[in-house]
Ligand binder design. Structure first.
Ligand code: EMZ
Length: 385
């Protein structure tokens, strides 16, 4: 079997029931599996809200390892919209050419390093470095900060043997507390300084609110970006002809990025808490219980996507939900899309082939389902032109 493949474990349940049940830390989840239902539920924030106890809409639940509300992701409208209006322009900076040039320099330098290095672990030596260095651009902080973040490993809350590692999470919170305290308000400065000088609904942000925005910025785009990059490398390792095709048809790079994101769905699902007794796909759901929007399943919905199991680089109709859907769509999407674009352009230019040597898959256990979301390790060798 090809190593890049990410099989769809939800197919049968999606087609027959549309929903599935998952036990999770004594707080069960009804997983919503069809694209139409996922979108409908994401829209309906009054019945399916995000403003529950901090950490509860995340699966696995993080209620035991954090008290700080992540913003804007754990806030409902209308306050959600006020935070989004503040943050949106900042998170759209990756569209600026100066930003893209810096990102390109970073990725080129990293690809040059791995071309020289011989065997590398794509997760540790490539994707983690790329994610951390690129994050210095998103935060507008000093490049050397990336070394600290690389030291934290691939997930800021999870370690290899403990999916919810409170001690590890505490490191991140302490770091963010210190950074906020050490920063001064400056609308032209780094993200901490910008937030310290900003107002939402006529009020300065509190330390706790700034911390909530920063935790989300660090945690939300961490393993997700690492999975996207590592899976993309595994795909090109087994499809070097696709690199040749993208070199010859650069006009399809945008579609290829969306297709890789659809197929690999770096974040499997996200929860909501039900505010009133309701129904999803003909199942009764009690108030105060959890549902999840299963992006990974919705992206393979056979009633929407033709041949959903295949990576079709120039797929035309591609309403995937890898960045979520509706008002909570991913704030980091612009940054991620730029990373994917620069990565693909740099691979096209510098790399002729990638050989996978050995690997360890990262498989999530989700009740009755097991889903490969990426790799814990992917040892490989990059070959130059
Ligand atoms: C949360 C989440 C956000 C959560 C868009 O996803 O990402 C997860 O990886 C984190 O653990 O806290 O930020």
């Amino acid at each position: 079997m090809k190593k890049y493949l990410s099989p769809d474990p939800f197919k049968k349940a999606r087609v027959t029931h549309g929903c599935a049940h998952m036990d999770e830390q004594n707080d069960p989840v009804t997983m919503i599996l069809r694209l139409k239902d996922v979108r409908k539920t994401a829209h309906n924030w009054k019945t399916f809200h995000s403003g529950a106890t901090p950490g509860r809409i995340v699966i696995p639940s993080e209620v035991n390892i954090r008290d700080t509300r992540q913003i804007p992701f754990e806030v409902d409208p209308p306050l959600h919209g006020s935070f989004r209006s503040l943050l949106e322009p900042w998170f759209k900076r990756p569209l600026e050419s100066a930003y893209q040039e810096k990102l390109t320099q970073q990725v080129r330098a990293l690809v040059d390093d791995v071309l020289e290095a011989g065997k590398i672990d794509v997760v540790e030596d490539f994707s983690l470095c790329l994610q951390s260095r690129a994050l210095t651009l998103l935060l507008n902080t000093h490049a050397s900060e990336a070394d600290t973040w690389i030291g934290w490993g691939t997930h800021v809350f999870r370690s290899e043997d403990d999916p919810l590692d409170g001690d590890k999470a505490a490191l991140l919170y302490d770091y963010i507390d210190e950074q906020i305290k050490a920063s001064t308000p400056d609308p032209e400065g780094n993200l901490y300084s910008v937030l310290l000088s900003a107002e939402v609904e006529g009020k300065k942000l509190t330390h706790e609110e700034i911390k909530g925005i920063m935790i989300l910025t660090f945690a939300g785009g961490r393993d997700t970006v690492i999975n996207a990059v590592t899976n993309t490398i595994s795909y090109f390792a087994e499809h070097s002809e696709s690199l040749v095709r993208l070199r010859n048809e650069p006009e399809i790079i945008g579609r290829a990025i969306e297709e890789l994101l659809r197929y690999f769905a770096p974040l499997t699902q996200m929860g909501r808490v039900v505010t009133d007794d309701t129904q999803v796909c003909e199942h009764a759901i009690k108030a105060d219980s959890r549902v999840s929007l299963c992006w990974a399943s919705a992206n393979r919905d056979e009633s929407v996507f033709e041949s959903p199991e295949e990576v079709i680089l120039d797929r035309k109709l591609n309403p995937h939900v890898s960045f979520g859907f509706s008002h909570h769509n991913c704030l980091g999407a612009t940054h991620t899309r730029q990373i994917m674009r620069v990565l693909i352009e740099t691979l096209i230019e510098k790399v002729s082939s990638i050989e996978i040597i050995d690997f360890e898959e990262n498989v999530e256990s989700l009740g009755e389902f097991e889903r490969k979301v990426g790799f814990h390790q992917l040892n490989a060798k990059f070959n130059p032109h």
